[in-house]
Ligand binder design. Structure first.
Ligand code: OOB
Length: 557
């Protein structure tokens, strides 16, 4: 058996791996085994609520085994990659744990991704299968799957939750449609993967072009899950409302659904993040903890001011993914009647939390401190030299659950990681007494649109594909609700003498939409300009562009 890491992944150096094991961070348990253990300890406990469906741990464990066996029978092999694009539904966990148990690797796409992103994930990961729901939020994923298949020669099968049409139905695979249980109810014993192996691939927010894939191992991920569950005080009586996209690192592991399963609590799936959907669920299922991005937190606050539902079961509201303003932070406890926890994390690893017993000023004004005593933090200047204590600098980190390299990205890894293995987060932070981090800004070329990350280069490339676009630069513009939105500055080519009309902003937007990219990436504003400001070394001066659009918005220009 091949015991090395998946090709194209960077292992931790042996001395670090040994240390993380010796310290008890890496326990040798896989994600699939951890669910089995929980199911054996508390089979009858409620584990998952989705609409009218209520599953116990035994139910979930059984469904996972049945699907794993069916996928194996269809030829899915350990280490093969499977792009999983599901909304917040219970089947997500059946799929996810079935793949974990098989040792096949889910690649977690967002429900908002479209052809351009999904084809990229399929190709990058050489995925052999793609798992979708039939439709959600008015969008038909089977249509998308047809387009993706046409461009991804490696895809062997598409599996659909719901009405499968010409594809394979997940229910049929599990023998649920016919009521026949083809596979025995005995716990499945597979040549299960080892805990040091890669369990799945997460997506990076990206700063250079299309998102990179992030290989997370069973060992490293379970450590972050267990430790997060401890920090957030989870127990078997915790009830978590899964509001943000289920496959995102925040929702999955900080402590998220996996933390809840670890603790033996219950996950409630919210089909939509709106107060209209979430508040009745909180009241009905006595939800104790949930996680939001800042813009959603303010929507909830406004809705809760005149609320009808009883939200008194809620003990902890986690807010993270983007900067939380002081105004919103200080309203949370008075309006929702629960504690606030700030969470600053990244799919690459490091997660930082304010603690439940931290004084109010720390909770409201900092992004907490890292999970682990072995999270190494360096805050450096442009020359990688440590800044004076309390000063702002680039955040570099390495530790027991932070990757050492992106998947099959040797070149990019050279500058995304230092030679001694620190990940360059691209965040500008300072550290306060007690090790508390405050996120001050960003050096990476990315827009954080209310928690949704947009890599500027990715959208610039799409714009440059338009025959009449000569140059383009995407920058963040301030927004009272989302924190930031995206503004594209575009130079058009002179008309070539023919009667071609120059495209308007709406034409460029339509052009982008036709290239089939996630909706949140379409620039909120497009400014046509004659030239773009340059820095001393001839690069586009994005700082000047950010200032220009901020001034325009402030009415100063
Ligand atoms: C989370 O993960 P990603 O991978 O979508 O985004 C990571 C980036 C960070 O590098 C930082 O730039 C930004 O998102 N960010 C924050 C923040 N939390 C994340 N910026 C300011 N304040 C915060 N509280 O976003 C993520 C992963 C796990 C847990 C929580 C968030």
């Amino acid at each position: 058996m091949n015991t090395g890491l998946l090709a194209g992944c960077t292992p931790w150096p042996p001395e670090f791996a040994e240390r993380y094991r010796a310290l008890g961070y890496w326990t040798g348990q896989t994600l699939g085994e951890s669910l089995r253990q929980r199911a054996q300890q508390s089979p009858e406990r409620l584990c998952l609520i989705c609409g009218e469906r209520r599953w116990t741990y035994a139910d979930l464990d059984f469904k996972v085994d049945r699907l794993a066996a069916a996928l194996m029978a269809r030829g899915l092999k350990p280490r093969e990659r499977v792009v999983v694009q599901l909304p917040n539904i219970a089947e997500f966990f059946v799929v996810c744990f079935a793949l974990f148990r098989l040792g096949a690797l889910p690649v977690f796409a967002l429900a908002t991704h479209r052809r351009s992103e999904i084809v990229h994930f399929c190709r990058m990961s050489q995925a052999c299968a793609y798992i979708i729901s039939d439709q959600d939020n008015g969008f038909d994923y089977r249509t998308l799957a047809r387009e993706v298949c046409a461009e991804s020669p490696g895809l062997r099968q598409v599996i659909v939750v719901g009405e499968a049409q010409e594809f394979t139905s997940l229910d049929a695979l599990c023998g649920e449609q016919s009521g026949v249980t083809e596979v025995s109810a005995e716990p499945l014993s597979l040549a299960s993967p080892q805990a040091h192996e890669v369990a799945f691939l997460q997506l990076s927010g990206g700063s250079t072009g299309l998102p990179k894939l992030i290989p997370r191992t069973h060992d490293d991920y379970l450590y972050s899950v267990r430790a997060s569950a401890g920090i957030c005080g989870l127990s078997a009586s915790s009830v978590y409302l899964c509001v943000l996209p289920v496959g995102h690192n925040f929702t999955l592991s900080s402590p998220g659904s996996l933390g809840i399963f670890w603790a033996g609590g219950c996950v409630v799936m919210a089909g939509r993040p709106t107060p209209e959907v979430a508040f009745p669920l909180i009241a009905r299922e006595l939800v104790t903890i949930t996680a939001l991005v800042p813009p959603l937190a303010s929507i909830w606050l406004d809705a809760a001011d005149g609320r009808r539902q009883d939200l008194s079961s809620l003990q902890l509201l986690q807010v993270g993914g983007a900067r939380l303003s002081a105004e919103v932070a200080c309203r949370i406890t008075p309006v929702l009647g629960c504690r606030l926890q700030q969470v600053f994390g990244m799919a690459e690893g490091l997660v930082s939390y304010t603690r439940l017993d931290d004084p109010e000023d720390i909770v409201q004004a900092t992004q907490g401190r890292p999970i682990s005593p072995d999270d190494e933090i360096r805050i450096v200047d442009d020359a990688d030299c440590e800044v004076a204590p309390g000063q702002v600098g680039h955040l570099l980190t390495r530790g027991p659950y932070t990757i050492r390299g992106y998947y099959q990205a040797a070149q990019h890894n050279q500058y995304a990681f230092t030679p001694d293995g620190f990940y360059r987060t691209g965040d500008l932070v300072r550290m306060q007494e007690g090790g508390y981090l405050i996120v001050e800004g960003r050096s990476k070329d990315q827009i954080n649109r209310g928690g949704e990350k947009i890599a500027a280069a990715e959208i610039e490339e799409h714009l440059l594909a338009h025959p009449q676009v000569r140059d383009a630069a995407l920058v963040a513009m301030p927004d009272p609700y989302l924190g930031e939105r995206a503004c594209a500055f575009v130079i058009l080519r002179e008309s070539t003498g023919s009667h071609h009309q120059l495209p308007a902003a709406s034409d460029l937007r339509r052009f982008l939409r036709e290239r089939s990219i996630a909706g949140y990436k379409i620039p909120d504003r497009i400014e046509m300009v004659d030239c773009l400001p340059k820095t001393g070394v001839g690069k586009i001066d994005k700082r000047a562009l950010r200032q220009r659009i901020a001034q325009i918005l402030a009415g100063a220009v």
